[in-house]
Design a protein around this ligand. Structure first.
Ligand SMILES: [Fe+2]
Length: 251
């Protein structure tokens, strides 16, 4: 989606104050960073639109499978939803192969890092390691170890990862399966990506909460977008109550 389209559709805003910026960071002021935080939060809706745009690109990738990667992703997400998975897991199922738009070789890590600020940790770990769990079903064809999942045996998200790989992902190359269209998942994508739950730097993680550090609070916490009506089938509003999206791994 182009910048103009994002702006025309209300997913991206013109700057409130355009002259507040600085020529280099070492002369920046707290007020300027406050303004950048506000602008960044106002434009947060472009994240979901970028995700949906990337999802559409998966339709061009088939690479010898029976269905293209968009269809595979829709089937995986449909199976997750039918099994009663919560919204974070449904959206993660939809996006689990989104990294293939960039690079097949490291696609699990790309998808996992895109999702990471917006989902609970176990969902991130399931997507990050999904190839190791998938190996059970085909790695023997390459002479590779099909039981790489054993390395995660003690992880609290092990059962969820098994369910994802064995029941939803590896079964979703079926041309006869009737998956929900991408439009069905759009409200869920917009809800999950409406606001990050945490931010990551190279050596640290900052989780948003009442005890959030002041600089992060300035950047994001005081500049949340106004709530908007949501057509999501679950009837949620934007921005979401993040805690309401959290469920146990057994869901
Ligand atoms: Fe997959």
């Amino acid at each position: 989606m182009t910048r103009a389209t994002l702006r025309d559709n209300g997913f991206m805003h013109e700057p409130i104050l355009s002259a507040t910026t600085f020529p280099s960071m070492d002369v920046s002021t707290p007020e300027q960073w406050q303004q950048i935080g506000i602008e960044t939060a106002r434009n947060q809706p472009r994240v979901a639109e970028s995700i949906l745009s990337l999802m559409s690109c998966l339709e061009d990738i088939t690479d010898g499978f029976a269905v293209n990667q968009l269809e595979h992703s829709l089937q995986t997400a449909t199976r997750a939803e039918l099994a009663g998975a919560d919204i974070e897991m449904v959206v993660a199922s939809l996006c689990h192969d989104i990294g293939k738009v960039i690079s097949v070789a490291n696609h699990p890590a790309i998808a996992a890092e895109i999702l990471r600020p917006y989902v609970r940790d176990e969902v991130y770990k399931v997507i990050l390691t999904h190839q190791d769990f998938q190996g059970r079903h085909y790695y023997h064809h390459f002479g590779l170890d099909p039981d790489l999942r054993r390395h995660y045996k003690e992880a609290p998200w092990f059962e969820l990862a098994q369910k994802f790989a064995d029941e939803w992902d590896q079964t979703s190359f079926d041309p006869e399966f009737k998956a929900e269209p991408l439009k069905h998942f759009e409200p869920m994508v917009r809800e999950v990506f409406a606001q990050p739950q945490k931010v990551f730097f190279s050596q640290s993680e900052t989780v948003f909460g009442d005890d959030r550090p002041k600089p992060i609070f300035r950047l994001f916490g005081e500049s949340r977008p106004l709530a908007q009506p949501c057509s999501c089938p679950r009837g949620r509003a934007h921005p979401p109550d993040v805690s309401s999206r959290r469920r146990s791994s057994s869901s």
